[in-house]
Design a protein around this ligand. Structure first.
Ligand code: BG6
Length: 507
């Protein structure tokens, strides 16, 4: 493949700003946020007037926090760590110990924000990051608001990044949006979905709209159906408490899978401006046909893994044997759904979604399967069932795009076979060290909300899954566990497609 054309202009460094991280000693800060800041600095994308004020309950001060984070960041970036960028960031790390329910903490934070602002010349700009349990989002925001910390009247920005989950159903999502809206303007609320930080997810838009050849066939006339799969090999780790309450549907579908669905299905936005893109995504969610409660069991499949052997030979316990999980748990660790989008472009084209834990392979991908040729002129040849064309957008691992088509097998007989035209990101562009949070933090600091969730879209996504939550709750599963760890998921997920003459595409 030929090399890429040079990018038209290099992105500019952002700042000045102070980033205040709630949950600043926790997993997200260690694994993602601080490493991402180091990578941004190494790429020349963070200006000098920048600092971090972390807060958490651990008894640390600036020096011990820096020490602790040095180890964490080294551990996560390993050989990719840019030592200069780390020592730059390390000097700018600050720590305030405190309990989020203690009003005194917020007074201390307010004083330190002022002092650091003067010291680091951050121009009053503050990016608050809530890496804390969702039940604390609203009270924390209310306490910050009460101290006037969201006031932007000086011309500076005050933004709040909220991590998922945004509610656990439609009603709680609405309630959370209402509490945030009581303290902040929508333009100050930045709801992160880390899937949108993935290069290949952003590339869906580039692929569709920077190329003239795909859009004309990107519709019901040419597309037979779309499959969106996020399959994971990991179990639930140490997250039993969260996962028992959430389950695969809440954990993955109205957020990560819907982001993929939205980008695949949206109409061309009038520009790449945040609201233009988010408006179009919202229209897709509004056009998804609500599943009638009567049809929920026919259009959805839920699963839970039992013990099994992973492809690398590791024997793993079933979900009900995981530490912290109820031995009778009916929480699903797998979900598959069939959705329909009622609009001019997609009427009649099924969208199949599936995601699950402890599956045979780790693979997130979107498959657009095209209609078969209208007439098979090779009928009398040995192969008269040529597979349909398929475009696969691989999100992870080995990010890339491939097109499957039929070709003649060399030789005197007219034999046909399926072949792939393959583009692999890594081979072409090389690999940059990335945590997936670089773009999101960069965008939040410079004020580009395209990759962040808007309140209305969050609610629209919950509205789609709400009937499923209701029916599943009313009718607990009777066949759990229904797939073995290390397998391809429950047989019922294959039947969901087989009933319609289709099958899941796997690599
Ligand atoms: C998180 C979910 O939001 O996304 C996890 O809570 C899931 O359960 C993870 O494993 C998947 O993210 P990624 O980037 O590994 O595909």
């Amino acid at each position: 493949m030929s090399t890429a054309s040079p990018a038209p202009s290099r992105p500019q460094p952002v700042g000045p700003a102070l980033m205040v991280i709630f949950g600043g000693a926790g997993d997200l800060a260690r694994r993602k946020l601080l490493p991402a800041l180091v990578n941004l600095r190494a790429d020349g994308l963070l200006g000098d007037a920048f600092g971090v004020l972390a807060t958490a309950t651990r008894p640390l001060d600036d020096a011990s926090y820096r020490n602790d984070m040095a180890q964490a960041v080294r551990g996560h970036l390993g050989g990719d760590l840019d030592a200069e960028a780390w020592s730059w960031l390390e000097r700018r790390l600050h720590y305030e110990r405190g309990d989020l329910t203690d009003d005194g903490l917020y007074d201390r934070l307010a004083r330190r924000i002022d002092a650091l602002d003067r010291e680091l010349r951050t121009a009053g700009n503050v990016l608050f990051y809530l890496a804390i349990p969702p039940s604390l989002f609203a009270p924390t925001v209310a306490r910050l608001a009460a101290r006037g910390l969201f006031d932007e009247s000086g011309g500076h920005f005050r933004r709040v990044i909220v991590e998922k989950p945004f509610g656990r159903d439609l009603e709680s999502a609405r309630a959370l949006n209402r509490s945030l809206a009581a303290c902040l303007a929508e333009s100050q609320i930045w709801r992160i979905d880390h899937y949108l930080g993935k290069e290949t997810v952003q590339n869906i838009l580039a692929f569709r709209f920077a190329n003239g050849i795909f859009e004309p066939i990107w519709n019901r006339r040419y597309v037979d159906h779309v499959q969106i799969s996020v399959s994971e090999t990991v179990g639930i780790g140490h997250r039993a408490r969260y996962y028992e309450e959430a389950g695969a549907l809440r954990d993955m579908v109205p957020n990560h899978l819907f982001q993929l669905l939205g980008y695949v299905a949206l109409e061309p936005p009038v520009s790449f401006e945040a609201d233009a893109v988010r408006d179009e995504k919202g229209k897709v969610f509004s056009a998804i046909v609500p599943i009638d409660p009567e049809d929920v069991l026919a259009c959805t499949v839920r699963g839970q893994y039992g013990p099994g052997t992973m492809p690398d030979g590791e024997r793993v316990p079933g979900y009900r044997e995981e530490p912290g999980v109820d031995p009778q748990s009916s929480t699903e660790t797998f979900v598959a759904l069939r959705l329909a989008i009622d609009n001019w472009r997609w009427a009649g084209v099924p969208f199949y979604l599936r995601t699950g834990k402890r599956l045979a392979e780790r693979a997130s991908e979107i498959v657009v399967e095209f209609r078969r040729v209208p007439f098979m002129m090779f009928r009398s040849t040995p192969v008269d069932h040529l597979g349909p064309n398929r475009l696969t957008l691989r999100i992870q691992p080995s990010e890339g795009i491939s097109l499957h088509f039929g070709a003649k097998v060399p030789g005197p007989a007219l034999r046909l076979g399926g072949v792939d035209m393959d583009f692999c990101y890594r081979d072409h562009f090389g690999e940059e060290p990335a945590t997936g949070y670089e773009t999101l933090l960069y965008d939040a600091l410079r004020g580009d909300a395209t990759l962040f969730q808007r309140a209305d879209n969050v609610e629209k996504a919950w509205a789609v899954v709400q009937p499923i939550l209701d029916v599943w709750q009313a009718l607990p599963p009777r066949d759990f566990p229904n797939y073995a760890a290390g397998s391809r998921g429950p047989a019922a997920a294959d039947e969901l497609l087989a009933r319609e003459g289709r099958r899941w595409r796997t690599r």
